[in-house]
Each structure stands twice: as structure tokens, then as C-alpha cells.
Ligand binder design. Structure first.
Ligand code: ATP
Ligand code: MG
Length: 184
């Protein structure tokens, strides 16, 4: 089953998310190494590479705990890449196997991640179930939530981080997708 997502708060761009979990990102190829992942940007995507690199460096400097840490950046075979810490599976994969209670716990952690980001006046403008990673503890409860894909970030003054988080989680945006995994 395929569906179109349109979760962008500030503009109306939409793209396809394949529900079978097969990754077909529009901007990058991902290579999985032992403890890290390498995101290779498509040719002509230098701006996205620079934005993502700058944002990840800033977030690390600010002590933000919900983003991957950069291991190495550079260019290989004419393509820019960022090697970063592997932060676990996507929220999409997590939702497939989680209980309602675990889903609610994950939502609370996602809210925290959005609020802390907003406190740095940064807004993730493409928050989807494939741009949120979850690592679970041994009971399958969400241990840590990480936001990824910062290549389209918005630096903006956020007056009310809580209001922003509620809006981004709401049915109009993230919740409409999460809801499809909630057990009736
Ligand atoms: N640090 C990471 N740890 C684990 N998995 C990751 C990490 N970064 C990326 N991934 C995996 O690679 C996928 C694509 O990464 P990312 O969203 O950054 O690239 P993209 O091509 O820009 O995607 P999009 O098409 O959504 O813009 C993610 O959905 C996730 O499955
Ligand atoms: Mg993505």
C-alpha cells in the first residue's frame, strides 16, 4: 500500500512514503556500517549537505540530545557524504510492532524532542515517520527518540515550543500517520 504524505507545516510539498518499509529517499542513499550510517547526497544537493552538516554541528555544540552525532563528512566519488551515529530504527518500523502504550510513550518523547529543538529556535519542517528514529529498551519501550534529515530545516523564532510541538504532533500532521498503527 502506498500513500501520499503531506506533513509540511510551512509549504505544501508532498512525497511518497512506501508503506512496505522499503526506503526510497529523494535526497540521499544510505549505507549502513557496523555502528554508523553514511548519508550520500545526490549530485547537485550541495546545499542540503551543507545545511544538514551545519545543523548537526550546531545541535551537538548546543548539547541537543535528539540528533545523530557526526563522525566524518567529506566528498567521495563526486558526492558529499555525512557519516553519523546509527540511532536505531525508524518510527515507521517501531510502530509496526508496538503496543498502544508504547506508541503513546514514543509520542511523548517525540514531543520532548520537538520542544527542545524549538528552544534553539529550530523547526524540523519535514517530520515524518521515516525522519524520526526510535531505539527501544529490552522490553520494547521507547528509550530514545532521534530526529534526522535536517537538510530542510527552518531557523525561526519560536515563541511557544509547546504549542509548536502540539501542532506538529496533531492529526493534521504526524498523528494522521501514527493513527494507522494504533490497535483498535
Ligand atoms: N543516523 C541514522 N541512524 C539510523 N538510520 C538512519 C540515520 N540516518 C538516516 N537513516 C535511515 O535512512 C533513511 C533516509 O535518511 P534521511 O531521511 O536523512 O534521507 P533523505 O534521503 O533526505 O530522506 P527524505 O527522502 O525523507 O528526505 C531514514 O529514513 C532512516 O531509515
Ligand atoms: Mg528522510
Amino acid at each position: 500500500m502506498e500513500f501520499v504524505r503531506n506533513t509540511n507545516i510551512f509549504n505544501n510539498s508532498s512525497c511518497l512514503l512506501n508503506f512496505k518499509g522499503k526506503y526510497g529517499g529523494k535526497d540521499a542513499d544510505i549505507i549502513y556500517l557496523e555502528n554508523s550510517v553514511v548519508k550520500k547526497f545526490k549530485n547537485g544537493r550541495e546545499n542540503e549537505f551543507r545545511t544538514e552538516k551545519d545543523v548537526l554541528e550546531l545541535l551537538t555544540k548546543e548539547g541537543y540530545e535528539h540528533s545523530p552525532k557526526i563522525i566524518k563528512t567529506g566528498m567521495e566519488d563526486g558526492r558529499f557524504f555525512i557519516e553519523m551515529t546509527n540511532e536505531g530504527e525508524t518510527l515507521f518500523e517501531y510502530l509496526l510492532k508496538s503496543t498502544n502504550n508504547q506508541i503513546n510513550l514514543a509520542i511523548e518523547k517525540i514531543k520532548e524532542a520537538i520542544i527542545e529543538l524549538a528552544r534553539l529556535n529550530i523547526m524540523h519542517d519535514d517530520l515524518t515517520i521515516e525522519n524520526i528514529l526510535v531505539s527501544a529498551d529490552k522490553n520494547g519501550n521507547p528509550d530514545k527518540v532521534t530526529l534526522i534529515d535536517f537538510s530542510w530545516i527552518k531557523k525561526t523564532t519560536v515563541n511557544d515550543p509547546f504549542e509548536l510541538a502540539n501542532k506538529m504532533i496533531s492529526r493534521k500532521f504526524l498523528m494522521q500517520f501514527i493513527e494507522q498503527f494504533v490497535h483498535k
